[in-house]
Design a protein around this ligand. Sequence first.
Ligand code: ATP
Ligand code: MG
Length: 332
Amino acid sequence: MKARRDSAATPAPAPLGGPAVVVDGLTKRFGERTAFTDVTFGVDHGEVFGFLGPNGAGKTTIVRTLGTLLAPTAGSATVAGLPLNAANGVEIRRRIAVMPESPGLYQRLSVAENLSFFAGLYELDDRRGRIERALRAVNLLDRADDPCRSLSKGLRQRVGLARALLSDPQILFLDEPTSGLDPLAARDVHGLIDGLRHRGVTIFLTTHRLAEAEALCDRVGIMNTTLRTIGRPDELRERLFAQTLQVTTRAPLAEPDRVFAGLPGVEGWHPGTHDGDGAGYLLAVTGPDVAPAVARAVVTAGADLLVLSPSRHSLEDVYLQLIDEDVEARTR
Ligand SMILES: Nc1ncnc2c1ncn2[C@@H]1O[C@H](COP(=O)(O)OP(=O)(O)OP(=O)(O)O)[C@@H](O)[C@H]1O
Ligand SMILES: [Mg+2]
């Protein structure tokens, strides 16, 4: 287990100015193997930022690198306002916490004993108060005396989160915090992350749950050894997919071309799918504000408008599109 003997017994220091994390051309190689290369991005204070990517994409390695557990091969970064280097390791670790993929608990010790051990290791003050607050945050006060080996995977995950919360970090790195959790337990973790966000904690998480990233994250980065794209989930959708409007009328339009062609903001149309009765049309449009004009045109043409909705692409669509492109590029 990685000791953090070098932490100080004083409370976590106040945030320094500037973004929470800045990464510039960061690269990590293990011998011949490149875990990630030339990665550049920033995370603002108080942001919930998510990293997505397939197995082996380099997500855990970048978390471990920014968490000062691995030295980068090339490039630079600042974490919590401090340049990432060996000399700043202690100071950075006082301001952050990392929850690894597996929580790393002593199975024979109780939940409270584990937390007490780590609070001692981190040389934290007010250990009882911190342990109680952390257990309350993850809803585990009533299991404090249970040995960790008797806990389910999800409960152990929550103890891991409590461990990460002990030091009141400014930046919390969570490596797949909901991996293996049932939907209710995952929702509890989402609630916890939301609570931390409201307290101004910067969260950097990795996940394979795209709906989770979409619901929780202000911005996401999609990684596959290099950073493929980064932005707000809605930005990524817009960047990757043309905007479309789905129109369904009760009966087919006599002359759809006359209705749609020439409408400002409508770039083209073709017959589309529709549910149940009616006739469907898919319009390529410049933005969602085109909808009222389309509605008026359909009604003016004497048709009954049943549905008028923008087609939604999910973050999953964006992810699959980008990662599929990588697979195609590799097999070309
Ligand atoms: N200590 C190590 N020594 C050698 N190679 C490593 C080491 N750690 C990671 N790697 C390699 O670096 C690459 C990235 O691994 P990493 O664990 O960061 O991926 P990941 O995106 O977290 O994947 P997953 O979604 O499966 O957790 C992989 O090819 C992995 O085998
Ligand atoms: Mg990983």
